[in-house]
Design a binder for this molecule. Sequence first.
Ligand SMILES: [Zn+2]
Ligand SMILES: [Zn+2]
Length: 321
Amino acid sequence: MSAPAVFVLSLDTEIAWGTFDQPEFASYAPAFDQYRALIDRLLALLDRYQVPATWAFVGHLLLDRCQRAGGTTHPEVLRPNFAWYPGDWHDHDPGTDLARDPWWYGTDILAKVRAATVDHEVGTHTFSHVVLGDPACDAATARSQLAACRELHQAHGLPFDSLVFPRNQVAHLEVCAELGLIAWRGREQAWYEGLRGRWHRLGHLADRLLATTPAVYPRAQLQPDARGLVNVPGSMFLLPYDGVRARIPTGRRVRQGLRGLRAAVASEGLFHLWFHPFNLGSSPRMFDALEAILVAVAAEQAAGRLVVRTMAQVAREARGE
Ligand SMILES: [Zn+2]
Ligand SMILES: [Zn+2]
């Protein structure tokens, strides 16, 4: 029996949590302000094409309020003292509520995701978007971050199966397994990954301009490790229209996505697309690019050549469950 190809869509759901330490933070404000409208449009699109996604929520977004006490928030949740970040990682946490500071809380977004027609997965992206792979993050901190998320998932009646690592920096897999996670998203295998700094950025841009076929993965490669964890690696980041990236035509994004899909169908492998919902605010063309790819996904699915799965579903199949 021939196994069809698999399409996975994962969404790094973080609003302001993923970029508050970045120089571009202020430029994302318009996207954060229209975040709820972007989510509504995205959910409608995923319903239209019957595509369930894995929404990797920053755990803090599963709160509708919190408090600042003794100059900090969530003292019980450990966070690293990053060499490159001055002060406490939670300094940006307003310690207020959803109505007042919707960039930092997201129970309303969770409700929207759960109200969708298709059955989305809610995964995790750590409690406060700490970079688990940074040398300053020890196992106890990783455990504390993920345990806080697991507790919030339990409180909301959500499964706790899949992790997307902040900045895609993979580490502490033993802690992930210990806390019951079964799936994580590995960094995509791209030809320019070996390059550093400016050359990496140039390589990435050239790759997008040429619409190089993204990495797809044979299903046989999707195997649990000794701890039972399954790497469901990324294939392609749907490129937003920020800065110099805006010069890359929409057609290149679409072509690259379609090439990935075609390669997955030809090899009966996995094509895994990902982005952050706030990226949709970089240009209305983001929705055009996404929809063109989803049209092709739906057509391949209707033809019986491809199935759409969440990260947890891929992991369960790999684990023989
Ligand atoms: Zn808080
Ligand atoms: Zn992130």
